[in-house]
Design a protein around this ligand. Sequence first.
Ligand SMILES: CC[C@H](O)CC(=O)C(=O)O
Ligand SMILES: [Mn+2]
Length: 334
Amino acid sequence: MEQDIVLTEVALRDGSHAISHKFTTDQVINVTKALDEANVPYIEVAHGDGLGGSSLQYGRSSTNEMELIEAAVDSCNQSKIAVLMLPGVGTVKELRKAHQLGAQMVRVATHVTEADVARQHLALGKELGMETVGFLMMAHMVSKEKLLEQALEMESSGADSVYIVDSAGAFLPHEVRERIRLLKNNLQVNIGFHGHNNLSLAMANTLVAIEEGATRIDGSIRCLGAGAGNTQTEVLIGVLERMNIKTGVDLYKMIDLSEYVAESILEHPQEITKGSFMLGYAGVYSSFLLHANRAAQKFNVDSRDILVELGKRQVVGGQEDMIVDVASELAKQR
Ligand SMILES: CC[C@H](O)CC(=O)C(=O)O
Ligand SMILES: [Mn+2]
């Protein structure tokens, strides 16, 4: 199969944030089968916060993620199942289990300044014979020089690909251009990009990343991802086709699947709402959206004020408890 760009479909992991981690086994089987038939190379399956994420802090999964991973593996003839893991949220025990069930790629995600904590998990991925990805989250929070330093750390730890992850959907296209160019000029491994559409820039940022040499790209079908969702996979495939860039993925099958996702999975359309826009504007983790909406309701404050304050405090993944603190402080100040 000819491929210029290698796609990873993330709806069955990133989309978990958008539906409060309620994927059912049937939904995972239906989506995975369709993605496999459409020739999508990699399909990520896990709790939204990665292996082991099911908890009070992040939100409990309705169905055990290992059951979902197993169902996804069994539904594929050619697609490979990827898992995300955040060291500290997930453990080596869960990574070994996911591998045993048939996952073939591990994407080790760290905050953009903490690449060194991925070393052990990337090494284990390699030892198990998995393809490895270093996933640098909240990349907009640092300078391009710092990002390069951290990307080199991921490369030296054994990542086959290093991703710039726009977790907050905060990047502007020229910022993505500069960063992908710098990594491309200094790393030997594949460069990837994972966008969020909070400022309506996921597609533009993805195209700029591809122009600068990124070859590993994430998308979520029907934008089923955190915040306003990710770069919309089926639309990206069509746009790349128009640009003569090959993904090897069947466009019509993806459009059919997109209709299924809208009818059978989405609780509401993935839109740029006041909350999701504010994530990108203030630079806040996309997965904080539903938590912030709930806290806004509970404390009767504006979710925009919560998100702006979280942005000012530069909160990072794992600090979800701050959302309630901020909402309660805002309520007291009123
Ligand atoms: C909490 C993990 C996070 O959702 C990973 C990711 O997709 C991102 O940072 O955008
Ligand atoms: Mn994401």
